[in-house]
Design a protein around this ligand. Structure first.
Ligand code: KG4
Ligand code: ZN
Length: 338
């Protein structure tokens, strides 16, 4: 079944983005993402609203990807979709659509693990150098924070992960305490550029081995706000930039220190960043700085950091080459491990 120019449609619907993308081999022809703004009113993702919005978006998003790729749907040779992990109701929408379309077109179906896809986004051809195997990938998103040892495209091992909140969750929860709309990670990043990162000190929670923890940091942030607001009711307004910069610096420090420990233990110098939080400028800068210390660091293009379907299609591409197809009977898996 090997075909280096295979035309694959990728479909992603695990959380609050409905996305479709088309790859020809490892080259991107089109990528469309419809983000659901409805959750901003609720300070977090409401699963029922997410699956309803996926149902509304899925057909126009796939049609738009096909139109932008300038192909006909009959040209497609396989459909890759996110089987998990994610919100069950959301996964069901993309999965059912992918299954129906693969049957209608009589083409193979490929199930994809969303976390594996974040890592493999690095291999979409953009003319840049690619990480050498084995490499370590720091995957940081709103739902996950993992250090993954990547042995080959389809062989990965989680060697460390958060024991409580994900790094993105830490950003989003702190943002909420500051009155910033959900998801607040990108806003904290923006305000951090105007603030003093050394102004406030927060707890850096310890976790065994290569695992991480962020919930103590969240509490320490909350206690500081509580104590200072008693003295100055405008404390947040008067100190927002410094609060953001200090919080961001602490999150970046926790992540980078653990990654360096993992590099030392596994004797690996190729490191990559993945997931929504890899859009963070502090984390991207830290990765670039590591090049001066002999590391080869890889940062995905901005559009492949947050959830997208190009990463689902590239994972589909590797699975297609390996002949790994799936059955229509495979059910959505909210906790699908890598
Ligand atoms: O990978 P992703 O799009 O969705 C999940 O699978 O979770 O990641 C979303 C997360 C959110 O927590 C969001 O606040 C965070 O990524 N994020 C950022 C930035 N851009 C997105 N966090 C910090 N700085 C950013 N620039
Ligand atoms: Zn994600």
């Amino acid at each position: 079944m090997k075909n280096k120019n295979v035309l694959i449609l990728g479909i992603e619907s695990s959380c609050d983005d409905t996305a479709a993308a088309i790859l020809k081999g490892d080259k991107l022809l089109a990528s469309v993402v419809a983000s659901q703004e409805i959750h901003q009113n609720w300070g977090g993702i409401v699963p029922e609203l997410a699956s309803r919005a996926h149902q509304q978006n899925i057909v126009p998003v796939v049609e738009e990807a096909i139109r932008r790729a300038k192909i006909h749907k009959r040209d497609l040779q396989a459909i890759a979709y996110t089987r998990g992990p994610g919100l069950l109701g959301s996964l069901l929408v993309g999965g059912s659509f992918a299954k129906g379309m693969s049957q209608a077109l009589s083409i193979p179906l490929i199930e994809v693990n969303h976390m594996q896809a974040h890592v493999l986004a690095h291999f979409i051809d953009d003319g840049q150098d690619k990480p050498n195997f084995p490499f370590l990938c720091l995957t940081v998103s709103g739902g996950h924070t993992q250090i993954v040892k990547v042995i080959s495209p389809l062989e990965m091992e989680v060697i460390g992960e958060t024991q409580d909140d994900a790094a993105g969750e830490a950003f989003d929860k702190a943002a909420r305490m500051l009155g910033i709309a959900y998801p607040g990670g990108a806003t904290i990043d923006k305000l951090s550029k105007l603030g003093d990162a050394t102004r406030f000190k927060f707890t850096e929670p310890k976790a065994p081995g290569l695992n991480m923890s962020f919930s103590g940091l969240k509490s320490s942030f909350q206690y500081l706000l509580r104590d200072e607001l008693k003295k100055d009711p405008d404390f947040i307004g008067n100190n927002k930039n410094d609060l953001c910069a200090s919080l961001q610096a602490t999150i970046v420090k926790i992540l980078i220190n653990k990654l360096l420990e993992a590099c030392e233990i596994h004797q690996i110098k190729d490191i990559a960043l993945a997931g929504g939080v890899s859009a963070n400028s502090g984390l991207r800068d830290a990765f670039i700085q590591l090049r001066k210390r002999g590391f080869k660091s890889f940062i995905p293009p901005f559009e492949y950091c947050t959830d997208n379907a190009a990463m689902i299609a590239i994972t589909g591409y590797f699975k297609f080459q390996a002949g790994l197809f799936s059955e229509v009977s495979a059910s959505a898996n909210a906790r699908y491990p890598i």
